[in-house]
Design a protein around this ligand. Structure first.
Ligand code: NAP
Length: 252
């Protein structure tokens, strides 16, 4: 049996899990950070929770006899990707990185590039605006430096601590979203700026299309540098990579 560990928490990881569940001679486990309470159970065994940094992940790889590590985490999940890179190298096992391609601007888009979330808060400007924040729960505090705006915040699950933003409302939703519904929301809430991470992928793309259709400026936060992204964008290609290593192990 070839043992595969998939670091997940994304739609792509779940697609890969379905392929792995069908494969012969492969015993794969999915790992979730545990940030989302309502986990969509994959069709392979799974574990939940951090490993305890590089050392913890390395220990897990050794104890579980993992042969191939797949980093299928979100492109903005920097810490775990960095741990995966180092731990795989030290464990001398192959690492496949599955990462969705970023969204690419078209001539119809009105994007304002922001290198990071703090820059995104700055480029909102001094004039009070109605801002749609679709950045998850962890970086909401950054916007306390721009308290003059109204923030409509969309998260998958309720935020544990209410953001210290004087004028905000939290709504919940898990993609994929329909373009028509996103347009309706943007119109009804009189939104004049959308702030998003350049996560890529289809599930969250409807808001980008809706903003495009309405001519709405989008503050697009760039992916963090430093972490290696790719080279795989397709779960099927990662399966090829795993199967290649499976054959190599058998000496075929
Ligand atoms: P992060 O900053 O890279 O991770 C923080 C810590 O959480 C890591 O150091 C690790 O703890 C643990 N961790 C993260 N992913 C894990 C996994 N798949 N299995 C086990 N432990 C994991 O990541 P994040 O931005 O907080 O994201 C957490 C998870 O949510 C990721 O799995 C990611 O795929 C998913 N996600 C993130 C975003 C986003 O925008 N960042 C969006 C959608 C989904 P230890 O150091 O103790 O091992």
């Amino acid at each position: 049996m070839m043992r595969v560990l998939v670091l997940g928490g994304t739609y792509e990881a779940s697609k890969l899990a379905h392929l792995l569940a069908e494969a012969r001679g492969i015993s794969a486990t999915m790992s979730f950070a545990g940030r989302t309470k309502a986990i969509v159970a994959p069709p392979i065994p799974y574990r939940i929770g951090g490993f305890g940094g590089v050392e913890g992940l390395l220990e897990y790889l050794k104890v579980e006899g993992i042969d191939v590590l797949v980093d299928a985490t979100h492109p903005f999940a920097e810490q775990i990707s960095s741990s995966a890179l180092v731990a795989a190298k030290r464990a001398k096992i192959p690492l496949a990185i599955l990462s969705r391609p970023p969204w690419v601007r078209t001539v119809q888009d009105n994007w304002i590039d922001a290198a990071d979330m703090a820059t995104a808060a700055d480029v909102l400007g001094h004039e009070p605006k109605r801002v749609f924040l679709t950045i998850g729960r962890l970086q909401l505090e950054v916007f306390t430096k721009a308290p003059q705006h109204f923030y409509l915040i969309r998260t998958i699950e309720p935020v544990a601590v209410s953001p210290r933003l004087p004028n905000h409302r939290v709504i919940h939703g898990r993609g994929p979203f329909a373009v028509e519904m996103e347009e309706k929301l943007l119109r009804e809430e009189s939104i004049d700026r959308l702030v998003t991470k350049n996560s890529g992928g289809e599930a969250a793309f409807a808001k980008i299309l809706a903003a495009r259709n309405l001519g709405l400026p989008v503050i697009m936060v760039a992916r963090p540098g430093g972490t290696m992204q790719g080279p795989f964008h397709d779960p099927a290609k990662v399966m090829d990579f795993i199967l290649h290593h499976q054959l190599a192990r058998r000496g075929v």
